[in-house]
Design a protein around this ligand. Structure first.
Ligand SMILES: [Fe+2]
Length: 303
């Protein structure tokens, strides 16, 4: 089951706000629904770590405030991105129902602003609570049992969103043979456009690290499939861009929430795709951070 949250109407938002007793405090943001969309612009986010208590502080930051700052920036862009991804560790620590209730509230301004949202899970999420809170419906599109996978076809690239949650609160993750089999079949059936893969967990060598345990299997499968141009992940809470030996770009998103090392930035990444590559712009929560606004231009390996 893919987790796509479509935009919601202002009417629906007003209804929800009234039911929640939240009033219309976010009303100015609703103007953003009138913006034109840039079909090649995407917001990339990871590690939001939203707690049920929106006032909760962890590692010296308030996670809800960080998310609201990113949300405000997205709603203020001159052109609306075609969509936003949040690739796991959506919840604070153990994927509680309250975490997702607060997350749902925080996502609403983006949805009413006309932004489609695509989410997947990390090791601090819980699949059952996530599914109920975000009203993920059982649907005919159910390619991998108990995993939230998605193939999002767009004009310039195909996005493959994978689910690497193996066990809540277990730091490492895995995709598993069934999901890898789905990925291979889906890649082989969609060769003509560049493919970008997204997981929560980062690549590691062997099974003993804290990242994706079957990363080497994944890389063996995607290296010869030349349509795969990039693999995007979160989990380490550390912004970094590199390239593997076959030319696949490895993009480690910064956390929207807290960092583990003070020098690293929190933030999000504004991606602009084109047929032969992708521009990444780092948007830091702290606009005085030395890396704020850093642009990395990725060129796709040849097919
Ligand atoms: Fe995280």
């Amino acid at each position: 089951m893919p987790i796509h949250l479509p935009p919601i109407s202002r009417r629906e938002y007003f209804k929800r706000s009234l039911l929640a007793g939240a009033g219309l405090v976010l009303a100015p943001n609703l103007l953003a629904a009138d913006r034109r969309t840039d079909a090649n612009s995407w917001a990339l986010m990871a590690d939001t770590h939203i707690a049920g208590d929106a006032a909760k502080i962890a590692r010296c930051i308030n996670m809800a405030d960080h998310f609201k700052s990113v949300s405000r920036e997205l709603l203020a862009l001159p052109k609306r991105p075609a969509g936003a991804f949040i690739i796991g560790d959506c919840a604070f620590n153990s994927g509680e129902k309250d975490d997702y209730a607060t997350l749902t509230d925080l996502l609403d301004p983006l949805r009413v602003g006309g932004l489609p949202l695509h989410l997947t899970l990390g090791n601090h999420d819980r699949r059952d609570n996530f599914q109920v809170a975000l009203e993920v419906k059982e649907s005919a599109s159910h390619p991998v049992q108990d995993k939230h996978v998605a193939l999002l076809r767009t004009s310039e690239v195909n996005w493959f969103v994978l689910d690497s949650l193996e066990k809540t609160l277990q730091t490492s993750g895995s995709l598993g043979p069934t999901q890898l089999d789905w990925l291979v079949k889906s890649l082989d059936a969609n060769r003509r456009k560049p493919a970008i893969i997204q997981t929560h967990h980062h690549p590691v060598k062997g099974e003993n690290g804290n990242g994706l345990k079957d990363a080497e299997t994944l890389l063996e499968l995607i290296r010869p499939r030349k349509q795969v141009k990039a693999w995007i992940f979160g989990h380490t809470h550390r912004w970094n861009v590199s390239q593997d030996e076959s030319g696949i770009h490895l993009v480690n998103l910064p956390p929207v929430a807290y960092v583990f090392q003070a020098a690293n930035p929190s933030g999000w990444v504004h991606a602009t795709v084109r047929r032969d590559g992708m521009k990444l712009e780092l948007r830091c929560l702290d606009p005085t951070h030395k890396d704020h606004g850093q642009v990395v231009d990725l060129n796709w390996r040849t097919s």
